[in-house]
Design a protein around this ligand. Structure first.
Ligand code: K7E
Ligand code: CUA
Length: 666
């Protein structure tokens, strides 16, 4: 229980300890040539893209490495007023779920797509922790193009981790819950009978990247924390860390820490897929949203799915095993060779390293110690390669450099520990400032790590940056790992709370960038492909404005005849056909956000004026020297007034560039 207390108060304890015997002056930890190593000269690109989870900011943030410069915040699970994501009519469906429209989530883990176990730079997958979902971002456009909700789950933490050819993205439920087809309205203390821990396997189309919930596995009601797929020889397997094998439903900090060991669950996903193909599994009726963004119509659609195939423990008899793992394992990481599986017991004073070969042998030899809710438990010693002794306190996550070394984050003792995977000897340790969560080495969870750098994502930054009120900056720290000893190079603040991250060389992604959308290929139903086509159409109290934007005006830019009670849809098409020329659109009194329309794209803002009056609209993005002139007026009359609907550009009649047009009658 003592170690538990320490962990419970770990954040404070760690700081207290560190301020007590703080490494002498943090500046001592940085060597003289550090600045040179992170300096990226003006006009030069960074070497790596670094995608960092947004945590409670719900988005994904893109940094350059080694500079730590913030390049972009990519909207994924939270509405983003900066560009209208989740506010525009086109993107609202992206945030639909079986619980209705969800404007926020908690984003923890990222996975870059892989081919043959190597990062391929095509897609980025992201999890939503709170309302279980997985998103796919297309790295040609850096847009979120798909979000799939996960039924039978709660707290989608063990997600999204992928197989080495991106066949499947996996998502394990953090909370054990009753499955959707069972009555969930049961006493909480019936957890042991009624709650299950469901693992979702999302099939990925290898050409389009489209996601499909292929099947789920209904495992015992434990909490799944993290996961990684096997590689090479272990490629058919997934490994999940599990905690709360006690199945406590209250005061988990005490009650879920009773057992000396929890588990790593090994699942043969190839066999599971074959079982489903052979007709095994029950069909569970449920509801989950599948949201897709179409690049041709520039519009998302949301479809409610109704059924999923679920394999039982019985079905998985020969394809699912538990391996005891000391004290509430958190991270579950597989080395580049696929032979070693590292479990990080948060409360353990050692790091257990399991051997894939030994696990296979244990299964063949039936070296079992019993079962847990029908799942066979392999003997700890039979699966164990060895233990890293005295690595530090509170091991969480491990990454690899591809040279036979592992790097583990130590939350409680605030350090990164480098150790040799084979002989399990600790080689180096460097302090982090402070309380490190995840670590990331570019490609560090793939078959071929790019190495060179390691980034620590820290929970606490007291005394590292200028203070900013009660909440201080979140932080990342960059280390050079090219030598024997790690060298701290740089601190840089991050958004939200950073958890996991991914990185890859810049040119893997930069060479495929979409620079603009071709206007001729725009299939948006309200697209306006030239100013001559711009118009305003009334349908009852709905008014559709077919508007264009080009440097430096809107067409039309004068509109009259809107009435209080109208729902006005501004469908703005950006006619530019050039890289990096978005136009914005905002109108006074808009209750949602602005639009930021990419070249060739059409976006729609719904506006409901509540009062009669004169309403200016303008472009929000400084697009040209005459950007400030990119503005116009909308006149709103009281409800029932018969102001004629007229619209124009430059007051001109019979001008193809901007005729006065009559919509409804006067
Ligand atoms: Cu360790 Cu949510 Cu991956 Cu954060 S989790 S640290
Ligand atoms: Cu368009 Cu400013």
């Amino acid at each position: 229980m003592k170690s538990l207390k320490l962990f419970g108060l770990s954040a404070i304890a760690a700081i207290t300890v560190l301020t007590g015997c703080k490494p002498k002056g943090t500046e001592n930890a940085v060597s003289g040539d550090a600045a040179e190593k992170v300096y990226v000269a003006p006009g030069k690109y960074d070497e790596f893209y670094n995608f960092v989870s947004g945590g409670f900011n719900g988005q994904v943030n893109v940094y350059g490495l080694p500079s730590g410069r913030l390049l972009k915040v990519l909207p994924v699970f939270a509405q983003n007023p900066e560009n209208g994501y989740g506010y525009s009519e086109e993107t609202k469906p992206m945030l639909q779920t079986s619980h209705g429209f969800i404007p926020w989530d908690d984003q923890h883990h990222l996975s870059l797509s892989q081919t043959n176990g190597e990062v391929d730079g095509r897609w980025l997958f992201a999890n939503a922790n709170n309302t279980p979902r997985v998103a796919r971002l297309d790295l040609k456009t850096f847009k979120t193009v798909e979000i799939l909700e996960l039924p039978n789950s709660a707290g989608n933490h063990s997600s999204p981790f992928l197989t080495e050819n991106t066949e499947y993205v996996v998502a394990g439920t953090r909370f054990a819950v009753p499955t959707d087809d069972k009555n969930g309205d049961v006493p909480i203390n019936t957890m042991k009978e009624n709650f299950k821990g469901v693992l979702s396997f999302i099939g990925i189309n290898k050409d389009s990247g489209d996601m499909d919930l292929s099947f789920q596995i209904e495992a015992p009601g434990i909490n799944f924390d993290l996961s990684h797929a096997g590689k090479g020889k272990s490629t058919d397997w997934f490994f999940f860390s599990c905690y709360n094998s006690e199945k406590a439903n209250t005061l988990l900090e005490v009650n879920a820490s009773q057992n000396d060991k929890d588990f790593i669950m090994a699942v043969n996903w190839k066999k599971a897929a074959e079982l489903v193909k052979a007709g095994k599994g029950r069909k569970v009726q449920t509801e989950y949203a599948h949201n897709k963004f179409d690049e041709k119509t520039h519009t998302a659609t949301s479809t409610m799915k109704k059924e999923v195939t679920v394999l039982s423990v019985e079905d998985m008899k020969e394809a699912m095993y538990l391996i005891p793992c000391p004290k509430s394992p958190h991270g579950c990481d597989v080395d580049p060779t696929g032979e070693y599986i590292i479990g990080s017991g948060k409360l353990a004073a050692l790091i257990p390293v399991f051997s894939f070969d030994k696990i296979q042998k244990a299964i063949a030899d039936k070296a079992f110690s019993g079962d847990y809710d029908g799942v066979t438990v392999i003997k700890y010693e039979a699966a164990l390669h060895g233990e890293v002794q005295k690595p530090g306190l509170g091991p969480l996550h491990t990454e690899f450099d591809g040279k036979g070394n592992a790097y583990t984050s130590m939350f409680v003792s605030s350090e990164v520990v480098k150790w040799n995977i084979k002989d399990l000897k600790v080689l180096d340790r460097q302090p982090t400032f402070y309380s490190v969560g995840h670590l990331m080495i570019p490609g560090g969870d793939s078959k071929k790590p790019f190495g060179k750098y390691l980034v620590a994502y820290n929970k606490i930054t007291k005394d590292r940056y200028l203070p900013t009120g009660p909440e201080l900056a979140q932080s990342a720290q960059l280390y050079d790992i090219s030598g024997d000893k790690m060298k701290l190079l740089l601190d840089f603040p991050t958004f939200g709370e950073p958890h996991y991250a991914q990185a890859c060389p810049g040119d893997l992604i930069s060479k495929n960038q979409v620079k603009f959308f071709k206007i001729a290929e725009n299939q948006h139903p309200y697209a306006t492909k030239g100013e001559a086509e711009s118009k305003v159409v009334r349908e009852g109290n709905k008014v559709h404005v077919y508007m264009t934007s080009i440097r430096s005006h809107f067409a039309p830019d004068n509109i009259e005849g809107i009435r209080v009670g109208d729902e006005v849809y501004f469908h703005v098409t950006n006619l530019e056909q050039d890289w990096d020329v978005p136009h914005g659109f905002a109108i006074k009194g808009a209750q949602n956000a602005e639009l930021l329309i990419m070249p060739g794209e059409t976006c729609t803002l719904l506006w409901k004026p509540l009062k009669a009056g004169m309403y200016p609209m303008y472009c929000t993005d400084f697009c040209s020297a005459l950007h400030q002139e990119m503005q116009g007026y909308v006149r709103v009359s009281p409800a029932g007034r018969s102001t004629p609907l007229i619209y124009s550009l430059n007051n001109k009649k019979d001008n193809a560039q901007g005729p006065v047009k009559q919509g409804e009658t006067k």
